[in-house]
Design a protein around this ligand. Structure first.
Ligand SMILES: [Zn+2]
Ligand SMILES: [Zn+2]
Ligand SMILES: [Zn+2]
Length: 275
């Protein structure tokens, strides 16, 4: 399975849109791995998770990638950094005359309702096939068996992380953004379940203060230790952090140095993970 990191930044980007803190200043100077667009991944070139407000910038940044053939889009939740739903209007024939297939969109019933309302405002319908998903059920998404699991991220909305499995190999990715510390049913579902790679949000970085629906580095270490202890995740399996915020006070190299002793790597924009 191939995971391409289109963006690895938190909601406000890194450096952040309107911030001049020391970390943002350093990131502006450093560029490279310290320049993070809003979070999203493309899996096996065909399945996208989340649609960030930076989607057009991502398409321009990686000309080898084209979303012209995108057929499946999974959504985790409706925070603006993941759910730039108005961009979907540009799928309509007026804007994308060469497309001849719809995009199948997967998300909660609530999220799909938000899409219906927004899409209804445009003069031309976008070719979307909306499919509601429920936690702990499995769905065929392109060539992958996909299982949504609830995260602990937003009190007024069911937010989802995803397990994606290649049926022929059994290889499974846990894609976990945005996450927080899971409630018991999710932990029970994951206990002992085979995971070959994990992508986990670290929205709080080196800070333990901030939105409680995100994880700090210490929280991410605890998640990894629990998954390993419960038998589903091998010690050496790829484990990458994403959704990195300047408020976490750490640039890429510093965060990587702190994470490495725990068997954890830090993703960056443009990284391709193959496992
Ligand atoms: Zn987010
Ligand atoms: Zn800043
Ligand atoms: Zn969020």
């Amino acid at each position: 399975m191939k995971v391409f990191f289109l963006g690895t930044g938190a909601a406000e980007g890194f450096p952040a849109l309107f911030c001049s803190c020391g970390v943002c200043a350093l990131a502006r100077t450093n560029g490279g791995k310290d320049r993070r667009l809003r979070t999203g991944v493309l899996i096996d070139d065909t399945v996208r998770i989340d649609l960030s407000p930076d989607t057009l910038a991502q398409v321009h940044a990686y000309p080898q990638l084209s979303l012209s053939g995108l057929e499946n889009l999974l959504f985790t939740h409706t925070h603006d950094d993941h759910f730039a739903v108005r961009e979907l209007q540009y799928l309509s024939p007026n804007f994308a005359p060469c497309r001849d297939t719809p995009v199948r969109v997967w998300g909660t019933e609530y999220l799909l309702g938000r899409i219906r309302v927004t899409m209804g405002k445009f003069f031309e319908p976008a070719p979307l096939v909306l499919t509601a998903v429920a936690p702990f059920q499995t769905y065929p998404v392109a060539h992958l068996v996909t299982t949504p699991i609830p995260s602990h991220h937003k009190d007024d909305e069911l937010c989802l992380n995803y397990l994606l499995t290649e049926p022929e190999t059994g290889k499974t990715l846990l894609y976990a953004s945005d996450t927080g510390w899971y409630h018991a049913p999710t932990w029970e579902f994951l206990a002992g379940r085979r995971l070959d790679a994990v992508v986990l949000e670290c929205g709080l970085g080196g800070s333990d203060a901030g939105y409680e629906g995100h994880l700090s580095l210490a929280g991410c270490v605890s998640v990894r230790e629990k998954l390993v202890a419960e038998g589903g995740l091998a010690e050496g399996a790829p484990f990458y952090l994403t959704h990195i915020s300047h408020t976490g006070l750490l640039c890429h190299d510093e965060l990587s140095e702190r994470a490495a002793p725990h068997g954890i790597s830090v993703a960056y924009d443009g990284l391709e993970l193959v496992f």
